[in-house]
Write a protein that binds this ligand. Sequence first.
Ligand code: PMP
Length: 304
Amino acid sequence: MNPHPRYAWLDGLVEWDNAVCHVSSMAFKYGISVFEGLRAYADPASRDLILWQPQQHLSRLLASQRFLSFVDPIVPETALGAIEELLIANDTCANLHLTVTAFAGNHGQPGHAARPCLAITALERPDYQSDGLDVQVSSWRAPADTAFPQRIKANGKYLTARLASVQSSSDGYDAALLLNDAGKVAEGTSMCFFMVREGTVVTPDRQSGILESITRQTLLSILRADEIPYEERPVERSELPLCSEAFFCGTGWEIAPIRSIDRHKLPGFAAQPITSHLLRRFRDLISGVDDQHADWRYRISLRR
Ligand code: PMP
């Protein structure tokens, strides 16, 4: 595995070391920047990369830029063209994780016009391996929606992720789960939370201070299709030790089973019937074994 590929994207194809942002930019000084994490999966037989759900991610990137009143926001077609050019130039037929960022590259004060630059990196990301996550309910909370909009994927959101992750790892856990300002369960540091209680899948609703996650929507559509009962609703902290199974989900984490929460072992972890069913269904959609939702898979050919 290479530490990094030859090229990155910064408003054009650039050598990796030249993908830099000015220290006087609004992005550097004030964190005025939004981004998306995407996955591209390798299909070695065809030497294609399958970019997973690009329209969903790039539409959210546009929505995040509009939310922050960026001037001439980067539209999905532009970002998709840049991703394709970058992946072809790097010619890496492996599973990749992409970060696609629209950052305010110009100098200015927080209220000034913000002009987005488009930055993209694509790094190899091997399959996620875990024998189950030990999760800590963090003492850090997801900020109130009136203070920090949780619906957009702004870089500044990850300051809380930093604090909660450092805390959970120094306390000997694998990951953190955040409550919202009302004390209900919100989400992980970069992933959404699902649990199973008495056969029903439960996930915090969209008013619980979560990112409106693409993977979460995808899993809900699988649950609907498979007629597995589910609820989107506020989740109380005291429900956590009572669930049988739980997992995190997100583009980066895919579906990551949870073994324990605050050291309470989840009784359904060993068998995890619902988590493993969803994992199988999700993987089949990504690989195209399940050929529904063809528009979720965008093929980029690396053949020459
Ligand atoms: N919550 C947060 C805070 C995240 O950063 C992410 C990753 N984008 C998610 C949830 C999962 O979102 P998605 O399924 O759209 O990747």
